[in-house]
Ligand binder design. Structure first.
Ligand code: FES
Length: 102
């Protein structure tokens, strides 16, 4: 299990113990934090958009080209925007902080 910290659209922070190997989108959706994941990770819906805290962005591998292309189209994108369906939980993500845009 890997501990991550998530701020929901209302500004409340939740600490989650996430199963290693799971897509981050599924962890957030299961926790009821406002992530839909409508396309189940096919990188076509944008409903799994999150903002990574810049202080922990270095824990993540950079996004692939197809993810970058979709981020460019996302409402409210910031330099550390990611699509959570493209991130797999691993021990390297211990302490990751992110927020879910309203
Ligand atoms: S779940 Fe649809 S783009 Fe991530």
């Amino acid at each position: 299990m890997t501990k991550i910290f998530v701020t929901d659209p209302a500004g409340r922070e939740t600490a989650l113990e996430a199963e290693n190997g799971e897509p981050l989108m599924k962890v957030l959706r299961a926790a009821g934090l406002g992530i839909k994941g409508s396309c189940e990770g096919a990188l076509s819906c944008g409903s799994c958009h999150v903002h990574i805290d810049p202080a922990t962005n270095n824990l993540l591998e950079p996004p692939a080209e197809d993810e970058i292309d979709m981020i460019d189209l996302a409402d409210g994108a910031i330099p550390t925007s990611r699509f959570s369906c493209q991130i797999r939980i691993s021990p390297a993500l211990e302490g990751l902080r992110l927020s879910i845009p309203a």
